[in-house]
Design a protein around this ligand. Structure first.
Ligand code: UDP
Length: 240
């Protein structure tokens, strides 16, 4: 079993550790929560445990549907063994219903059901505040070539299709979410990072209640309870 050797990087909600195997990392989920580009900071007690579990169930479900991911195995309730990848420095956001920055940017009404799912690309850079970027700029500035961009976009749409159907069975609308991809040492493009309520908007279909990190962003209360509820729903439904 690989053991931790050093901290490779520490982000807002996770720590990546190197291991004695150069191709494997340990991804540790923290309880720290941030919003509005790190301006708001706090703790969601137990979030690391809930998110590790939710992301594992979802990644396994996606693997079963033929999506390759970086997940190797669960080590304990906060840590996963993952394949080391070169992360594509673009965040792939897919939207089904208008919310968040889309509404702020275009004065679109929150809750508008989009005619079809759409992808928006953002630069993965805390320093720059993750700005929106177009395909041309991604390719020309060298963030990713068109081949990677097209493949990752295709995978994003496929993940969205699977996720929308999955959440629907739980009585939850998947409004939008963010994905990250990376290339392993053989050049395969793998889904990386996490899929958790930190990076998804999830609304109760019947009541419209917000169940995700927006509860923390906007001080809506019941944050821990909502994450706990999602974790138990997801693990039971995914059955993996
Ligand atoms: N998101 C994320 N990390 C980011 C930016 C966005 O996980 O750095 C997720 C966010 O949780 C939401 C979706 O991507 O589910 C779309 O976010 P949006 O662009 O609306 O930005 P926000 O309103 O969160 O500022």
């Amino acid at each position: 079993m690989p053991t931790k050797t050093a901290v490779l990087s520490e982000g807002k909600s996770k720590i990546l550790h190197t291991t004695d195997d150069p191709n494997l990392l340990i991804q540790e989920f923290k309880d720290d929560a941030t919003a509005f580009n790190g301006v708001k900071k706090g703790t969601i007690v137990g979030k690391g445990v809930f998110n590790q579990s939710i992301s594992t169930s979802i990644f396994r479900l996606l693997e079963q549907a033929g999506i390759k991911t970086h997940l190797v195995e669960v080590l304990n309730d906060r840590e996963q063994l993952v394949k080391r990848v070169d992360i594509v420095m673009v965040e792939f956001v897919v939207r089904n219903i208008a919310a968040g920055s889309l509404c702020r940017r275009y004065a679109t009404e929150e809750g508008l059901k989009l005619e079809r799912p759409m992808i928006e690309y953002f630069v993965k850079s805390d320093e720059l505040g993750d700005p929106l970027i177009g395909r041309e700029a991604i390719a020309i500035l060298g963030l990713a070539d068109y081949e990677i961009l097209d493949l990752a976009s295709e995978l994003t749409m496929k993940v969205n299709e699977i996720m929308v159907a999955f959440w629907k069975t739980l009585g939850i609308d998947l409004v939008d979410f963010k994905l990250e991809f990376g290339r392993d040492n053989e050049g395969n493009l793998l889904l990386a990072d996490e899929i958790t309520p930190d990076g998804c908007r999830l609304w109760d279909t019947k009541t419209g209640e917000k169940l995700d990190k927006d509860r923390f962003r906007f001080d809506m209360g019941g944050v821990e309870e909502s994450y706990a509820r999602l974790q138990s729903l997801v693990t039971e439904a995914a059955g993996v």
